[in-house]
Design a protein. Sequence first.
Length: 180
Amino acid sequence: MAESELTTIARPYARAAFSQGLDEASGLANWSRMLGMLSAAIQDDAVRSTLENPLLTRAQQSELVIEIMGDELSEQGRNFVTVLTENGRISLMATISEIFELLKANHEKTMDVEVTSAYEVSDEDGNKLSEALKSRLQRDVNLTASVDSALIGGIVVRTEDTVIDNSVRGKLDRLAQVLN
């Protein structure tokens, strides 16, 4: 199935979890934690291969996931797992978690930003960049920085659906495309 189709199928489940999270005190944080842990558990090779066993009924799939998660799931979380397995959608957990996190970030007016640079970003430069992005995006910014010497110089900024490539490597690649 294409990624866009998976997103379309997963979106109502993510919205349901988000709606449930809004109704509870510290619910968004709890649902974020539960969905993240469920996603990690479902993506585990051993768990995934067990869930794909055609001899396992959907009720058994649900029981297996709930047992693996133990006390990490609330009653609503267990019900969520049951609904997903009954509908054959437990494999969409990573996509559901990702969409939930986007809904949560939009609600909380926050954004995760990943900066990759050719050299180590100093705390001072990171703070300046964070403030500039906060001003431009009108959101609180959670900045993470990494180093990729292949960029030669400059930075690449990635947010939810935007990539700003201001690296020397990116400029050279664009120049090569123009010349071809």
